[in-house]
Design a protein around this ligand. Structure first.
Ligand code: BTN
Length: 241
């Protein structure tokens, strides 16, 4: 189990940026940075993660142990399972995982995960969970794709309640990173297996069917000519059609 030590801020540009800087200055394994509001929350592929004050849990967790160069790609999927379990426990509703790092409910995204690392020394896992939906703060584009636990379930969960549940499950899941049994938990919540998708990889865009997830959390695709291809995490993104 990880012993967490939380540092709380009212406002930060990004909890990941702060946690990376603390890590470079020697902060301990298990340091957690939380902000009520982020002015420049970071998403994958340089995107902005909208983080209105008090409307979500915005946190970053520093880990220095329990992973190696071979399983580093599994940190994000493990975190997705932990976040899905915490969300399900507090909301009473099933959460789905869109490969590789988004949690969905009611067909819309309510949680994103961004892992940054300075290998082989440490990784910072950033997790953003929308608890309340603040319509005025979300851009027009986000209205159709983002949601919150309150909007989906009517339940109001505080950031502190979510932090407690998330850290409990995260500690549990990360201690199992060398066992791959977690993949069943990941797969059973998959929002993509069996679906037709569009893959965006660099300048290339192509259609495929997502058919399974392998032992390294790679997404196995069937292409229109029936050949198979496995996507590994990284700068690939998928859209469900
Ligand atoms: C994504 O959806 O592409 C990932 C979003 C990750 C957002 C979280 S909020 C806490 C942490 N700090 C950041 O700047 N980003 C992550």
């Amino acid at each position: 189990m990880i012993e967490f030590s939380t540092i709380h801020f009212e406002e930060l540009d990004s909890t990941n940026t702060k946690c990376m800087s603390l890590a470079r200055n020697g902060a301990a394994h298990g340091t957690v940075v939380i902000a009520d509001h982020q002015s420049a929350g970071k998403g994958r592929r340089g995107r902005y993660f909208c983080s209105p004050k008090g409307a979500g849990l915005y946190c970053s967790v520093l880990i220095r142990e329990g992973f190696n160069m071979e399983n580093i790609n599994l940190i994000t999927p493990y975190t997705a399972v932990a976040a899905a379990k915490a969300i399900e426990e507090l909301s009473g509703h099933e959460a789905k995982i869109k490969w590789v790092n988004d949690i969905f409910m009611g067909g819309r995204k309510l949680c994103g995960i961004l892992t940054e690392a300075s290998l082989p020394d440490f990784a910072v896992i950033g997790i953003g969970i929308n608890l309340l939906y603040v319509k005025d703060e979300f851009t027009e584009e986000l209205h159709s794709i983002a949601t919150s636990i309150e909007e989906q379930t009517g339940k109001i969960i505080t950031p502190i309640e979510m932090e407690k549940a998330l850290l409990f499950h995260l500690s549990n899941e990360l201690s199992k990173i060398s066992s791959k049994a977690f993949l069943n938990e990941y797969k059973k919540r998959s929002f993509v297996i069996g679906k037709e998708i569009e893959v965006h990889s660099g300048n290339e865009i192509y259609n495929a069917k997502a058919i399974d997830i392998d032992d390294n959390a790679g997404l196995i695709l069937e292409l229109p000519d029936k050949t198979k291809r496995t996507l590994i995490t990284g700068e690939v993104s998928i859209r469900i059609k």
